[in-house]
Design a protein around this ligand. Structure first.
Ligand SMILES: [Zn+2]
Ligand SMILES: [Zn+2]
Length: 192
């Protein structure tokens, strides 16, 4: 996923991106059944990261975060949810931590700005203290799970190796049966 620069141009500008595996897949979690899967990292995923961050930073410009809302489907249980509901627990914790740091940096910049403009003031009543930058990192994305082609949307999705049921398209909800060849191969593995 291409990094999304948050607060561009400002002193706290920083690029934030969720890690993808070597094929460009990004980990997702169903908000209902909590099973994990992977979708290709796209520009939309970058916007969702930005949306989550700016929703938690009071002074972020809401116009920058505007993006049409879509609905996505769980490949396993088929539940539908808005496209910003599919972060994994680890991604949510990471993004919220980042948002908290951004919020503190923005407040610091505002105070520092007042301090600068009041430079002629002989007795400043406060000193702005630059906050520590969070060094939280998400762990690298391993090349796990099995890729399944989604002919409906000319896409691919990665599902758990142990999943033997039908796989629903994350984008349009169409159900795909596991191929007979794959079932035979898995059955052979179980029987030997
Ligand atoms: Zn689900
Ligand atoms: Zn589809």
């Amino acid at each position: 996923m291409s990094p999304f620069v948050f607060g561009s141009g400002a002193p706290w500008a920083e690029s934030v991106a969720l890690p993808t595996d070597s094929r460009g897949f990004l980990r997702r979690e169903c908000p209902t059944c909590h099973r994990l899967f992977k979708v290709r990292g796209t520009k939309l995923e970058g916007h969702l990261v930005f949306k989550r961050l700016s929703a938690r930073v009071a002074h972020a410009n809401p116009h920058e975060a505007d993006w049409p809302e879509g609905v996505r489907h769980c490949p396993y249980c088929g539940v539908t949810a808005p496209d910003d509901r599919w972060f994994t627990a680890e991604q949510r914790a990471f993004l919220d931590k980042r948002a908290e740091t951004f919020g503190r940096e923005i407040r610091y910049e505002q105070l520092a700005q007042i301090e600068r403009t009041l430079a002629v003031n002989p007795r400043p009543t406060f000193v702005a203290v630059r906050p520590e930058r969070s060094c939280a990192r998400l762990s690298a994305e391993p090349d796990d799970m099995r890729a399944v082609p989604l002919f409906c949307c000319r896409e691919e999705i990665k599902v758990l190796e142990s999943w033997l049921g039908a796989v629903r398209c994350f984008l349009c909800g169409t159900e795909h049966e596991l191929g007979a060849a794959l079932l035979r191969e898995r059955l052979a593995r179980v029987l030997t």
